[in-house]
Design a protein around this ligand. Structure first.
Ligand code: SF4
Length: 317
């Protein structure tokens, strides 16, 4: 009996060693469960159950307490360097899209852009801002009034406005209802009257009645965004600080294939990368003139367009 028992025990031990100990052989043979101390199995089972329990517990905790509550809101943009240091900075992004920093100069897109500029400049060699003005102050007021309105209509209204209110101080003290009456035909006249009176007050009180020739100052004025500031800097001060992106510039930049962006600020960034700084003001004039005369919003007249053979949106086969 004892001999059979020893033999049987040995066989079980060897079998157990070859099954489990084979894999864990480097740590030595493990005792069969039947020979381990009574608490060991309980501890091992409790340990593994505890691990699973901990993971599930953490998942549950993560779902309920640790993680933020689900929301449909798009998280606000934060500086890219904080979230992902490998993401290009906003100033580098356009270079990246065009093939990497410095690479854009040799890219066909830059050559194409230069050819577009050359052809449009040949067509409109004397393109200019079509709003009438004699001073930066008059131009900034006319630009605010030109929102959702034609330049021709604004030019019909501004002489009467500047005859009654020639300076920022005079307009700042004006009755809103009277200003509304004068500018009524430009549309959105209540908002525009309020905007130009507020603008006049800020220019009068903060800048001694003079329109400041700096982007940083201009965009702090009420009703003045980057587009208006670029109009003032480029035309009243001959400073190329950016590209005016209005409805015509945005539409033509897409049609001609100069950008795929929709946000005006990003369109402006793409154009600033593609064209030399000295051409930024003229570029806006050329695109605006072309958009008004040939590449109209609803009916582009491609057969008359000098870009018809290179434009990706050309209707000419
Ligand atoms: S070819 Fe046609 S779509 Fe292209 S810029 Fe000229 S008018 Fe516009």
């Amino acid at each position: 009996m004892s001999g059979r028992g020893r033999t049987g025990g040995g066989a079980r031990g060897q079998t157990g060693g070859s099954r489990g100990g084979g894999r864990r052989g480097c740590k030595g043979a493990r005792q069969p469960l039947s020979q381990q101390r009574p608490g060991t199995l309980r501890k091992r089972l409790a340990g593994s159950a505890g691990t699973k329990g901990t993971i599930r517990g953490a998942e549950r905790a993560g779902g309920k307490r640790g993680a933020p509550p689900p929301t449909n809101k798009v998280p606000p943009r934060t500086p890219s360097t904080v979230i992902n240091p490998r993401r290009p900075k906003p100033s580098e992004r356009n270079h990246k899209q065009l093939g990497g920093i410095g690479a854009w100069e040799s890219r066909p897109l830059a050559k194409y852009a230069a050819e577009v500029f050359r052809r449009l400049h040949t067509l409109y060699p004397n393109a200019y801002c079509e709003l009438d003005y004699t001073s930066p102050w008059q131009l900034i007021v006319a630009t605010v009034l030109s929102a959702q309105c034609t330049d021709k209509r604004v030019n019909l209204v501004t002489p009467a406005l500047f005859a009654v209110y020639p300076t920022p101080a005079a307009l700042a003290a004006a009755q809103q209802s009277h200003v509304e009456e004068i500018i009524k035909s430009t549309g959105f006249f209540r908002n525009k009257a309020k905007a130009i009176i507020g603008l006049a007050g800020a220019v009068h009180s903060l800048h001694h009645g003079e329109v400041p020739p700096r982007m940083a100052d201009l965009i702090t004025l009420p009703g003045v965004g980057r587009k208006t500031a670029n109009v003032i800097l480029g035309n009243a001060f001959a400073i190329n600080d950016g590209v005016v992106v209005d409805t015509h510039v945005a539409r033509l930049s897409h049609r001609i294939g100069l950008t795929f962006q929709k946000d005006p600020l990003r369109i402006e960034q793409d154009l600033m990368v593609l064209f030399p700084r000295k051409d930024w003001t003229m570029l806006a004039h050329l695109l605006i003139w072309h958009g008004r005369r040939i590449c109209e919003a609803r009916r582009p007249r491609c057969p008359e367009c000098p870009l018809a053979d290179i434009c990706p949106s050309s209707l000419i086969a």
